[in-house]
Design a protein around this ligand. Structure first.
Ligand SMILES: Nc1ncnc2c1ncn2[C@@H]1O[C@H](COP(=O)(O)OP(=O)(O)OP(=O)(O)O)[C@@H](O)[C@H]1O
Ligand SMILES: [Mg+2]
Length: 408
């Protein structure tokens, strides 16, 4: 009986579901990739519970049909501008005999690092170990078994608004599913589109979605900073609807077919047809006018993303460049504009699973969904492998989440 891992990406514009089948040797085959319109969310946050529940149920049913399996539990993404991240540091004395560092020491030092004062309306979503320092030796990924007297940990702590997390959790449970874990969306996307080399050299991941643009900075193999810009592709569409006085769904269509984030010399010569509102006759406008509307908004989004990177202190360490993903990054000219703003090479992040529905998955809109499945696969490893301590930690966070929901 194969095992299945389901990723549920509750986006502002679409609910993406990706189902992976885990065969022998942990080989992953993608058996469903679906995208259905989402209702009830704004900028990554649930604003209408009932609509969100229905959207989730519909999306999962479609994926179940595609895969021919029943889904009971999911790894779900969490995002939105309520997400905050900070770096923490903890120190403990190694407790055991012979100064040998044990998993228990690691657990204690991570506990010490996470002991930051949190306002009562915020809860921890992830504690991501960056590196351990044994005595004065830095850059250690796994200190268990090493000798030392003093163990330090540097961790990246991601927090979210308690109520926003609860509403995501509730929507999924009401749709009849169990939440295996809530995962920060850009962290999930990073698993699907970044290479180990890029993460080592220093890379910025930008997930330009419909409602939000998520930023994550990696350096020396670890996540260093995460941030959110509360704007996305939907704002671009709305600008077009207002600027060209056309219905929103027509504006979306025009954006996808003719939209561009940078001016091109031929723009003045090309015209596009714009349907009018409420039965008014359609008219033709120059493509240059369309780009005049799109360009400033895309520039604003990317500049705010760059501000986020500067705030992280890693702006000069982007040796692996920028990787853009999410549906909004498909807009023509986006990578060029981003190169101008960031001053480093920019590439498109496309998930590339090795087996199964490779073509369907190969779209930046599915980076989060595919990444959630990869995250689940990693967690599976964690249960049997030497990362036992980390798995315990994640269980602990989940346990805690249950507690604030009154489920345990
Ligand atoms: N070919 C395309 N050209 C331009 N924009 C596109 C294209 N395809 C999709 N988009 C835009 O991508 C956005 C949706 O992207 P995505 O599916 O990543 O967002 P989401 O996950 O629903 O939202 P969020 O992550 O913000 O909650 C929409 O604004 C849509 O207009
Ligand atoms: Mg998204």
């Amino acid at each position: 009986m194969p095992n299945y891992i389901t990723g549920l990406d509750i986006g502002t514009t679409k609910i993406g579901v990706v189902i992976g089948e885990v065969g022998e040797d942990d080989e992953l085959r993608i058996v469903a990739v679906t995208s259905t319109p989402s209702e009830g969310l704004r900028r990554g946050v649930v604003i209408n519970l009932e609509k969100t529940v229905q959207s989730i149920a519909r999306a999962v049913a479609e994926a179940e049909q595609m895969a021919g399996v029943q889904v009971d539990s999911v790894y779900a993404g969490i995002a939105g501008d309520h997400i905050r991240s900070i770096n923490g540091r903890g120190v403990v004395a190694v407790a055991g005999p012979n100064n040998e560092i044990t998993e228990d020491d690691v657990r204690r030092v991570i506990d010490a690092a996470r002991a930051v004062a949190l306002p009562i309306d915020r809860e921890i979503i992830h504690i991501l170990p960056q590196e351990f320092i044994v005595d004065d030796q830095r850059g250690i990924k796994d200190p268990v078994g090493m000798a030392g007297v003093r163990l330090e940990a540097e961790v990246h702590i991601v927090t979210g608004a308690v109520t926003s997390a609860q509403n995501i959790y509730r929507s999924i449970e009401r749709a009849g599913l169990r939440v295996r874990d809530l995962v920060l969306e850009p962290l999930a996307s990073s698993l699907a589109v970044l290479t180990e080399d890029e993460k080592e050299l220093g890379v910025v991941l930008i997930d330009l979605g419909g409602g939000t643009t998520d930023v994550a900075v990696f350096y020396q193999g670890c996540i260093r900073h995460t941030g959110v810009v509360g704007l996305g592709g939907r704002n671009v569409t709305n600008d077009i609807a207002i600027g060209l006085r056309t219905p929103v769904d027509q504006a979306e269509d025009i954006k996808i077919r003719y939209g561009c984030a940078v001016h091109r010399p031929e723009d003045d010569k090309e015209t596009i047809e714009v349907p009018g509102i409420g039965g008014r006759a359609s008219r033709r406008v120059s493509k240059a006018l369309l780009v005049d509307i799109i360009q400033p908004r895309m520039e604003e989004i990317l500049r705010l993303a760059y501000e986020e990177v500067k705030r992280s202190g890693f702006a000069s360490l982007m040796n692996g460049g920028v990787v853009m993903t999410g549906g909004g990054s498909l807009l023509s000219g986006t990578l060029e504009l981003a190169e101008d703003i960031f001053g480093v090479p920019v590439r498109l992040g496309i998930p590339q699973p090795l087996h199964g529905l490779r073509e369907e998955a190969r779209n930046p809109m599915h980076a989060t969904g595919v990444g959630l499945v990869l995250y689940g696969l990693q967690q599976g490893d964690a249960e049997v492998g030497h990362h036992g301590g980390e798995a315990g930690l994640f269980d602990m966070i989940l346990e805690k989440m249950r507690r604030w929901l009154g489920l345990a």
